[in-house]
Write a protein that binds this ligand. Structure first.
Ligand code: PGA
Ligand code: ZN
Length: 431
């Protein structure tokens, strides 16, 4: 039987969850199969992320329009892909990379390229009659990730909030994904009640977490611990905590400036600060605890804490195998955040995750602070079998869409489904 080929590739400018434009790409095959994908967008972006092409026309969306990227899909990308088979993901992505020709994907735009790459993956899956996780991950994809719920927002996602960007519930003690979702949602609501009782705001930030105005960063952890208990769970047993300080966002002139704590710290003082938290609180995952150019600091921190806590590189690695290889060589982090749009194609994302696994690093699949209804990252997490995903609070449509997709995958897998649980955090074995 001859396989269908790509017939049509077209894009549109749609809105993301922050009301900013983003790219949606549709791919149609010669047999009538059509699939579409939309691209997320970050706020606390790493310096070396693939380039998100924006029009910079001040008369539209404050310069954030993506009509140029849309045009690149409709013209150059469509020309390059039409006639190719949709199930040749590596060849498709290699073609996209070549058509762009730049290291950073600045010519066609990583938003244009990823939209096309992901839409082709979805079309390939549909044509093969497989759900996306099975198509990308193969016959043995059956591990549901531990969801990390960002329930308290700060940094660039909530200007009134703490300096630390994300405080996450990690319900790794749940027996199934479905139960983990319940643990998370119940604790999210308990946190709302704890905040209301304390007379604090229950307004939410970009990822659906609350944004109370607190006297210190540590106050956020104390409130979360209270919420876990109030919801009837055991901190550190049923639900642990993960944080993403996104430290580049408060690193100025070589110093870490914690405004809420009125402290200015050197790199080694910042490491001591985290070591103290790891000792005092049930922290299992520490993402971007230092700035993305503080490689020496990352290496020192990993030496000191890497046996006790997952140290995740996000802005440091930007899902790029070159940066990850440097991290492996210099012993920086023991885990990598996986964001499709940081690198710009499905193939490069899978290759980076593969490199991480081969070096004994864990992978945490991630959404962006600007999201759409696209749920591909849920499938990606199951395809990789990495056992971890973060997609924001268990609230707001664009966040719960990913968690609801994982519920559907769990249902589809039936008795074959396995929840990653505590085992996803292999660093904790040595605790
Ligand atoms: P971003 O934040 O999507 O705004 O970059 C997410 C993160 O830092 O993990
Ligand atoms: Zn991050």
């Amino acid at each position: 039987m001859s396989r269908a080929v790509i017939d049509r590739v077209c894009a549109d400018e749609i809105l993301d969850s922050r009301g900013n434009p983003t790219v949606e790409v549709s791919v149609s095959l010669s047999n009538g199969v059509t699939a579409s994908a939309s691209v997320p967008s970050g706020a606390s972006t790493g310096e070396f992320e693939a380039v998100e092409l924006r029009d910079k026309n001040p008369e539209r969306y404050g310069g954030k329009g993506v009509l140029t990227a849309v045009q690149h899909v409709n013209e150059e990308i469509a020309r390059a892909l039409v006639g190719m088979r949709a199930d040749e993901q590596r060849a498709i992505d290699a073609t996209l990379i070549e058509a762009d020709g730049s290291e950073s994907k600045k010519v066609l735009g990583a938003n244009a390229i990823l939209g096309a790459s992901l839409a082709c993956a979805k079309a390939g899956a549909m044509e093969s009659g497989l759900p996306l996780f099975r198509y990308l991950g193969g016959a043995n994809s059956h591990v549901l990730p531990v969801p990390m719920f960002n329930v308290l927002n700060g940094g660039k996602h909530a200007h009134q909030g703490p300096d630390i960007q994300e405080f996450k519930l990690v319900p790794f003690g749940a027996p199934t994904f479905r139960e983990a979702l319940r643990y998370g949602a119940e604790t999210y609501h308990a946190l709302g009640a704890v905040l209301a009782d304390a007379g604090l705001s229950t307004n939410v930030g970009d990822e659906g977490g609350y944004v109370p105005q607190l006297p210190s960063n540590v106050a956020a952890l104390e409130l979360i611990l209270r919420a876990i208990e109030r919801a009837g769970y055991r901190p550190g047993e049923d639900i642990a905590i993960g944080i993403d300080p996104a430290a580049s966002s408060f690193y100025v002139d070589g110093r870490y400036r914690l405004t809420r704590d009125q402290r200015i710290l050197t790199s080694s003082e910042m490491i001591d600060f985290w070591a103290d938290w790891v000792t005092r609180f049930p922290l299992v995952s520490l993402e971007d605890p230092l700035a993305d150019n503080d490689w020496a600091g990352f290496s020192a921190l990993t030496r000191e804490l890497g046996e006790r806590v997952q140290v995740v590189g996000d802005d440091l690695f930007v899902t790029n195998s070159k940066f990850l290889q440097r991290g492996i060589d210099e012993h920086c982090c023991n885990s990598i955040l996986i964001k499709l749009n940081q690198i710009g194609t499905v193939t490069e994302t899978l290759d980076t995750a593969q490199l991480a696994f081969s070096a004994g690093y864990t992978c945490l699949v991630s959404h962006r602070s600007g999201e759409t209804g696209d749920t591909s990252i849920a499938d990606l997490a199951v395809a990789l079998g990495c056992g971890q995903i973060k997609a924001g609070a268990p609230a707001r449509g664009e966040r719960v869409a990913k968690y609801n997709r994982l519920l559907a995958i769990e249902r589809m897998l039936g008795d074959d489904a396995r929840f990653a649980g505590r085992g996803a955090f292999r660093q904790l074995d040595r605790r």
